[in-house]
Design a protein around this ligand. Structure first.
Ligand code: SAM
Length: 208
């Protein structure tokens, strides 16, 4: 009897975030869609999507990260133009309004430099999303660890592994949802990494 080798999962999906993988299983990302990975880093979340025929774009503040992602794209999906991958701060994206069907923002928002910067990034991700499109964001928050975190100043916390991060709370997330008219595709899902941090997955849709 033939079995699919379990090792093929890794070669197919690479190091993709499992919560993003969940969105794939739910069929929310399809071939031909225009997708922006905002804060793409070296591209671990888009390697599979590029090969699957998604029209992938990436933005990152680090020119080195964009160089790595361009290299990845040239190997995985040579027809994707290098100009799809740009160096930019996410609070000022050089893309037209409503360009993307899907916007991803994985492990980036807790690097916001202030509350204004955090809001500015979310507003910008929302601006470039088309009506009916999906925003998938995963970031560290205070949710589930309220009063247990080491606060340095308003909204900034010293994490157990050293750095100071911007941590949104549930109220800030809900306020932005109301201001921008976001429609939840799922409840907020927050994972507690024992004694360390929580990571919240935020999946919302723009009204048509
Ligand atoms: C922890 S990495 C996550 C990379 C990728 N999204 C992933 O999940 O593997 C954070 C990335 O966000 C980028 N970044 C942080 N702040 C940014 C900003 N304001 N604008 C654009 N990129 C930013 C960093 O350069 C880095 O590549």
């Amino acid at each position: 009897m033939f079995h699919i080798p379990l090792s093929s999962l890794r070669s197919q999906f690479g190091n993709i975030d499992i919560y993003l993988f969940d969105q794939l299983l739910k069929g929310r990302i399809q071939k031909g869609m225009q997708l922006l990975d905002a804060g793409c880093g070296a591209g671990r979340n888009i390697a599979y999507l590029m090969q699957a025929g998604v029209q992938v774009y990436g933005a990152d503040i680090s020119a080195e990260a964009i160089e790595q992602t361009r290299r990845l794209a040239s190997e995985m999906a040579p027809t994707l133009p290098a100009r799809n991958f740009i160096t930019a701060d996410l609070d000022a994206l050089p893309f037209a309004d409503e360009k993307f069907d899907v916007v991803l923002c994985s492990a980036v928002l807790h690097f916001a430099r202030s509350e204004e910067h955090f809001k500015g990034i979310v507003q910008e991700l929302w601006r470039v999303l088309r009506p009916g499109g999906m925003l998938f964001a995963r970031f560290s928050t205070t949710i589930g660890l309220e009063d247990k975190l080491q606060q340095v100043e308003s909204r900034f916390y010293r994490m157990s592994h050293g750095p100071v991060w911007f941590l949104a709370d549930k109220k800030l997330v809900v306020t932005l949802e109301k201001e921008l008219g976001m429609i939840r595709l799922e409840p907020l899902k927050t994972v507690l990494v024992e004694q360390e941090r929580t990571m919240t997955t935020w999946v919302v849709r723009k009204a048509v």
